[in-house]
Design a protein around this ligand. Structure first.
Ligand SMILES: [Fe+2]
Length: 194
């Protein structure tokens, strides 16, 4: 039997809100998400300063141009994070990332401990850069999933674009090492022998 009132009756009851509120760090999870965002923002900004030094220290043009390409991407990663802060209604804020600081320091000491112009230096730089990439992949991977969980597909989409670039960089570095640099480093003698 058709209900004559259906379609015209107006409910005074509040509709359940489907649209999520912007993430503002209210819940524990939202706060954790925002803290992680600040952490990776610090990390990306630190990398924009560290990568040119790594590029300069690298022996081969192949590695130098791979680092240079990733520097351009990293600058874009900083911009994307600023977009994410913005759509979540927050001001971009960096919070010191101890892990990234440590990884960058490790990269610096590899450069200090290896001979200038050696292939072994490039092996070391690639490994240091891949540790950085793996940290970023873990962070962005988690952030993408958390953004989806919190109903913020808009933020997830931006973070996922960066995640894919970090994965690609990691794969590119593996290729350079495995096809070329590792083998050449294996052939080079010690400085004392030369
Ligand atoms: Fe990045």
């Amino acid at each position: 039997m058709p209900n004559a009132k259906s379609g015209t009756a107006k409910s005074k009851a509040k509709k359940p809100s489907i649209k999520r509120e912007p993430v503002r760090g209210h819940s524990q999870l939202e706060k954790y998400f925002m803290d992680s965002l600040k952490d990776i923002y610090w990390a990306e900004k630190a990398l924009t300063k560290a990568l040119p030094k790594m590029q300069e220290a690298a022996t081969t043009e192949e590695l130098q141009s791979a680092i240079e390409a990733h520097l351009t991407q990293t600058e874009e990663h900083v911009n994307r994070l600023e977009q994410v802060f913005e759509i979540l209604g927050e001001k971009p804020q960096a919070k010191k990332c101890d892990a990234m600081e440590g990884l960058i320091k490790e990269g610096d000491s590899i450069v200090e401990e290896t001979e200038e112009g050696s292939m072994t230096r490039d092996v070391g730089i690639i490994m240091a850069a891949q540790k950085v990439e793996h940290y970023e992949i873990a962070t962005y991977g988690g952030l993408v999933q958390l953004a989806i969980t919190m109903g913020r597909d808009d933020a997830a989409k931006i973070l996922a674009a960066t995640l894919e670039e970090e994965k690609q960089t990691d794969a590119d570095l593996s290729e350079i090492a495995e096809n070329d640099i590792n083998w050449e480093a294996e052939q080079e003698g010690s400085s004392e022998e030369e």
